[in-house]
Structure formats: structure tokens, C-alpha cells
Design a protein around this ligand. Structure first.
Ligand SMILES: CC(=O)SCCNC(=O)CCNC(=O)[C@H](O)C(C)(C)COP(=O)(O)OP(=O)(O)OC[C@H]1O[C@@H](n2cnc3c(N)ncnc32)[C@H](O)[C@@H]1OP(=O)(O)O
Ligand SMILES: O=C([O-])CC(=O)C(=O)O
Length: 391
């Protein structure tokens, strides 16, 4: 009797909670404090340390935003120049890391390559004291583009690239040069700055929260970032930009796209690159990357992909009231720049490592181990059964 009464009460509480919190997934609950970012609050709804995302995306280089997140203020020109020099000098991959990357097969998932690369670096460049956190983050930020490009070029083209030598002084430009072996255009470098700025930070999203949970045990930086990469990999989070590309490239015309989306909605499929856990009306990053996608579409003489993407956006609004999140127009933008689809989410990592590291610093500065409770819904007490009496 008692057990049933308790179970019923829990059930009632749970449906009350569900109504109050809009469901599971810790939605609507504050899980800590941060001075890094607001999501869905004032202005366009996204700020980094008080600066609106539109200003940052339109006027800042990615390295300025990295500095803002990691060091707490926008850099002066002299500070920015010297920060970029530090990052540039740290790019060359250690031989032992190259050897590990060469052992990873060409059909590996590039996010697994990023995870392994980060983890291996944690063995070669150990964080022995939290006083080293800035230096370790700089090295990671500098090496993540090199890690993915070294593996990609070796496993796909049989080429060992020289990761230490590049005239490109920005992370975006360096990535494109390492990937293609050619100097990138100014247009492509501008798009990379915007994209990396948009992806840099987003409060307590799943991967950042993963990093903070790991940091709260007083673990090392590489463990926190490796864990975060694993969380970002999933298609409900960072992996959505690749999934969106796989979807839109099936369609040759906007009408075909409309029919395809209607069918997917009838099948109750999730449409990748749409919806958001926090934003209700729009994701402010969408308009910014969409504008670049349109520009790139004209630049490459695209005949259909941008039109397909726009039609998907219209149909999703009309049918479900859902809007594009940061990932949707990233798909076509990256595609127009000639970036292979499977490298889309690793670019997200190259940027978000700044937000993750800044959150690790915050967590360390005011730490209590993150350890929530759970509502138990398993069986009540059970009597022990010797193995021969079990069925
Ligand atoms: C950078 C980023 O990580 S942005 C997110 C990238 N992820 C994606 O694009 C994946 C597709 N989108 C989704 O799966 C979800 O919108 C998430 C994971 C982003 C957010 O999930 P939730 O917070 O649970 O979404 P939310 O509570 O707003 O969902 C409301 C309803 O809309 C539906 N919905 C939300 N997004 C979508 C979508 N993309 N396609 C179809 N239906 C959707 C949900 O199924 C839910 O319906 P239900 O109440 O009948 O179950
Ligand atoms: O905030 C989220 O849940 C997901 C997201 O948009 C991000 O991490 O950029």
C-alpha cells in the first residue's frame, strides 16, 4: 500500500514538474552562474561578456572574440597582434601526435579524430597545474585546425602537411590553407571569422555543461575538452550542420525540397538545423550566417542549394512555426567554400574550444562538484535470491 501511494505521489509530482519546466532535460532550471554569455535575453538575445553577437560577428576577428572570452576583455591592437603571434607559433604538431593521427583510418568520424587528437595532446602537453590553463588552451586553440587537417590530408590524399608553416595569421585562414594547400580568398577568410565568432560560446549548452561537469571534479583541461567534443558530436547538437547538409543536398529544386520536407514532417522526422532548446522566436546567429551563405551562393554560381535552403526555412516556419538555428545555413555556406561535409562539426570544435575553456576557468574559480539528484523510479526493496533460485 505504502509503496503504491509513494509511487503515485512521485508520478503526480513529476507531471507537475514537467508542466512547470516544459519537460525533461533540466530545461528551465539554472545550473550555475556565468559572466560569459546570455542566450535568449536582451537585444538579439545572444551576448558574449555583454557584447551583442551582431556587433561581434560584423566587426570582430575570431581571435578578438577568443581573447574576450578567455582573458575577459576585448584586446587592444597590440594585445591582439601579440596573441595572434602566440597562437601562430604554437601550431606545429608534435611528431608523436602526427603518428597517432596517421594510424586513424580514412573512414573514421572526424569528430572522433578531434577527440583522439585532443586526448593525445593531453598526454604530450600535460596540464600539471591550473596555473598553466591559459597556455594549454592557447596550444589547443592553435593545434585543433592542424589536427583535423593533418589527419584528413594524410588519410585522404597521402600527404603529410607541414602544420608549422603558414603565412595565414588567422585560425580560419590557416584551417583553409592547411585543408586545400592554397591561400584562401579574402571572402572565405571573412566567412570563417564570422562562423567561428558565431560558434564560439553559448552558455550552458550540452557540450559546455559536459566540460563544466568534468572541470568540477578538478580534472585537467584536456579531459574537459575531450569530454565536450564527445557531447558536441551528436546530431541534436553540433552534428546538426552535417545532418542538415546531408538533407538539403538530396534536392535539386525548391519544389522538390518542399515536397521532401512535407513528407519528413508527415513521417514525424526531426528536421536537422531547426528548433532550439532556449530560443523561442529565432536564433540570432541564423541571419548572420545566412547572409554569408547568400553571398557565397552568388560567388560560386550556385543554381539551387541556396534556394532549396530558403524554401526549407519557409516551409518549416509555415508548417511548424520552427526557425533555423545556427547550424542550418552553415551547411550551405561551408559547402560553397568547398569544405567537405564531414569536416563541418570539427570547425565548430575549433571555435567552441574558446567557450569551453572559458567555462572551465569559471568553474575552477568558484567550484563545487556538480552532482545533481535523480528521482528514483525503480523497484522497491527486493529480497536477495541465490543464483540457483532465479528464473
Ligand atoms: C548549435 C546547436 O546545437 S543548435 C541545435 C542543433 N540541433 C538540431 O538542429 C537538431 C534538430 N532540433 C532538435 O532536435 C531540437 O529542436 C533541439 C534538440 C535543438 C531542442 O530540443 P527541445 O528543447 O526538446 O525542443 P522543443 O522543446 O522546442 O520542442 C518542441 C516541439 O517541437 C518539435 N521539434 C523541435 N525541433 C524540431 C525539429 N528540428 N524538427 C521537427 N520537430 C521539432 C519537438 O519534437 C517538440 O514536439 P513535441 O512536443 O511534439 O515532442
Ligand atoms: O545552446 C544550445 O543548446 C545549443 C547551441 O545553440 C549551441 O551550443 O551553440
Amino acid at each position: 500500500m505504502t509503496a503504491i501511494a509513494v509511487a503515485d505521489t512521485n508520478k503526480d509530482n513529476k507531471s507537475e514538474d514537467k508542466k512547470a519546466l516544459g519537460g525533461a532535460g533540466l530545461r528551465g532550471q539554472s545550473a550555475g552562474t556565468t559572466s560569459l554569455c546570455t542566450v535568449g535575453k536582451t537585444g538579439t538575445g545572444l551576448t558574449y561578456r555583454g557584447y551583442d553577437i551582431t556587433d561581434l560577428a560584423n566587426y570582430a576577428e575570431f581571435e578578438e572574440v577568443a581573447y574576450l572570452l578567455l582573458k575577459g576583455k576585448l584586446p587592444t591592437q597590440a594585445e591582439l597582434d601579440s596573441y595572434k603571434q602566440v597562437l601562430k607559433k604554437a601550431r606545429g604538431l608534435p611528431t608523436a601526435l602526427c603518428q597517432v593521427l596517421e594510424a586513424i583510418p580514412a573512414d573514421a568520424h572526424p569528430m572522433d579524430v578531434m577527440r583522439t587528437g585532443c586526448s593525445m595532446l593531453g598526454n604530450l602537453d600535460q596540464e600539471l597545474d591550473f596555473a598553466e590553463q591559459d597556455e594549454k588552451t592557447d596550444t589547443l586553440l592553435a593545434m585543433l585546425p592542424a589536427i583535423i587537417c593533418y589527419w584528413y590530408r594524410y588519410s585522404h590524399d597521402g600527404v603529410r602537411i607541414d602544420t608549422a608553416n603558414s603565412s595565414e595569421d588567422s585560425i580560419g585562414g590557416y584551417f583553409l590553407e592547411m585543408l586545400t594547400g592554397k591561400a584562401p580568398s579574402d571572402l572565405h577568410k571573412q566567412v570563417m571569422h564570422c562562423s567561428l565568432v558565431l560558434y564560439a560560446e553559448h552558455e550552458f549548452n550540452a557540450s559546455t555543461f559536459t566540460a563544466r561537469v568534468c572541470a568540477s571534479t578538478l580534472s585537467d583541461l584536456h579531459s574537459c575538452i575531450t569530454a565536450a567534443i564527445g557531447s558536441l558530436r551528436g546530431p541534436l547538437h553540433g552534428g546538426a550542420n552535417e545532418a542538415a547538409m546531408a538533407m538539403i543536398e538530396q534536392w535539386q529544386t525548391a519544389d522538390e525540397a518542399e515536397a521532401g520536407i512535407m513528407q519528413m514532417l508527415a513521417n514525424k522526422d526531426k528536421i536537422m538545423g531547426f528548433g532550439h532548446a532556449i530560443y523561442r522566436e529565432s536564433d540570432p546567429r541564423n541571419a548572420l550566417i545566412k547572409a554569408w551563405s547568400e553571398k557565397l551562393s552568388a560567388d560560386v554560381g550556385d543554381t539551387h542549394l541556396y534556394a532549396v535552403s530558403e524554401r526549407v526555412e519557409q516551409v518549416m516556419k509555415r508548417e511548424k512555426g520552427l526557425f533555423c538555428n545556427a547550424d542550418f545555413f552553415h551547411a550551405s555556406a561551408y559547402h560553397f567554400m568547398g569544405i567537405p561535409t564531414k569536416l563541418f562539426t570539427p570547425i565548430f570544435v575549433m571555435s567552441r574550444v574558446t567557450g569551453w575553456a572559458a567555462h572551465v576557468y569559471e568553474q575552477r574559480a568558484n567550484n563545487r562538484i556538480i552532482r545533481p539528484s535523480a528521482d528514483y523510479e525503480g523497484p522497491e526493496h527486493q529480497d536477495w535470491l541465490p543464483i540457483e533460485e532465479r528464473s
